[in-house]
Design a protein around this ligand. Structure first.
Ligand code: SF4
Ligand code: SF4
Length: 340
């Protein structure tokens, strides 16, 4: 089991005020170059690629061109921009795309109460609920996932979000909010920018434990990373976990083709490599990731933790990532994907 992560673009039409990763302008690789990158992932034996944008759908008609030669199972996140969905959903779902993954951070009831007074972040969740319902109705075979980023303002809503998504047949990922602890963590805003969102380890960890217990008690829940609910909540909040130099086995590709240490960190050494340096400079790249990662104070990132946990049963692990296999859930309810 070898996983990768790819940022196809840093552009996003939503321009959320707190978004840090979109602040740096990146010269995107030409669409035709991605076929070479996909061949390299295949050659490296990558079994799953997590594709992020910021908003891949902003690539419009180039996105099918970019994806046409991909042979690696993937999940592609979208920020659920309704205009992009209207413009491209039919052509994407009828060609390369059989997955719809997005962020769902607020419950339906909460958003209903806020009505027209939602902020950037809440509007994103509002669009996610709306578009997940559209996909479920119009493209029932498309594999859907909602990722909940847990923070101080949505903590109590998490069980309701899990229940409603599961009832819709949408798989659920859970992850804790992260902030930048140094200048290398370009994925997340700084502590100051996240004022009011960060959980306090001493005060919040028993509450988080109670919420995790409530989620575990939801019958037929579709949480795809249930192990996350069993970690020590104090350690999760304190970001006490570490990839030990191997975030998830394979490379992290940025939109310009350069490599990153992991999805959260760019890394000083790793970013001097390009995906086209692999597999020729494989050992040097691994050393660079190791050195960059060892300069990191740690994280509680669900993708990394899941990968490491599932290494004990890699054959099942591959199915978790590619088709949302969940122990105890009948196999007929896992997703059937075009590329497995
Ligand atoms: S939707 Fe996500 S990627 Fe887009 S601007 Fe907002 S936070 Fe950034
Ligand atoms: S511990 Fe590893 S995976 Fe987590 S942020 Fe640091 S370098 Fe990335």
């Amino acid at each position: 089991m070898i996983n990768a992560l790819t940022y196809l673009t840093r552009r996003c039409p939503n321009k959320c005020s707190y978004c840090r990763i979109s602040r740096e302008r990146v010269q995107e690789m030409p669409p035709s170059d991605w076929s070479r990158a996909w061949s390299i992932l295949k050659e490296l034996g990558v079994t799953f690629n997590l594709i992020l944008g910021n908003e891949p759908w902003i690539l419009g008609r180039d996105l099918p061109t970019i994806m046409q030669h991909n042979q690696t199972p993937f999940a592609m996140y979208t920020s659920c921009n309704t205009l992009l969905y209207t413009a491209y959903s039919r052509s994407y779902f009828n060609s390369f795309l059989d997955n719809f993954s997005c962020a769902v951070d607020y419950s339906k009831d909460y958003l209903h109460e806020k009505a027209f007074h939602v902020d950037d972040m809440e509007r994103k969740s509002e669009n996610s609920w709306f578009l997940l319902r559209c996909v479920k109705e119009d493209y029932p075979k498309v594999d859907c996932q909602g990722l909940i980023t847990i923070h101080a303002k949505n903590l109590e809503q998490v069980p309701a979000i899990v229940k409603d998504l599961s009832d819709m047949g949408v798989f659920v990922g859970v992850n804790l909010i992260h902030h930048a602890r140094d200048d290398q963590t370009d994925f997340a805003p700084t502590k100051e920018e996240m004022d009011g969102f960060l959980l306090d380890s001493d005060f919040d960890h028993p509450r988080l434990k109670k919420i995790f217990d409530a989620v575990k008690a939801i019958p037929n829940n579709l949480v795809m990373n249930p192990d996350y609910l069993d970690y020590d909540t104090n350690d999760l909040i304190r970001k006490k976990y570490h990839c030990l130099g191997n975030p998830y086995g394979g490379p992290t590709i940025d939109a310009d083709g350069s490599l990153r240490c992991c999805g959260y960190r760019k890394g000083k050494l790793t970013r001097t490599f390009h995906i086209f340096d692999l597999p020729k400079r494989l050992e040097q790249w691994k050393d660079a990731v190791m050195e960059d990662a060892m300069g990191c104070a740690g994280c509680s990132w669900g993708y990394m933790l899941m990968y490491h946990k599932l290494l004990s049963d890699p054959e099942f692990g591959k199915k978790v990532f590619t088709k949302h296999a969940i122990k105890g859930l009948e196999e007929s309810k896992w997703s059937q994907r075009k590329i497995e």
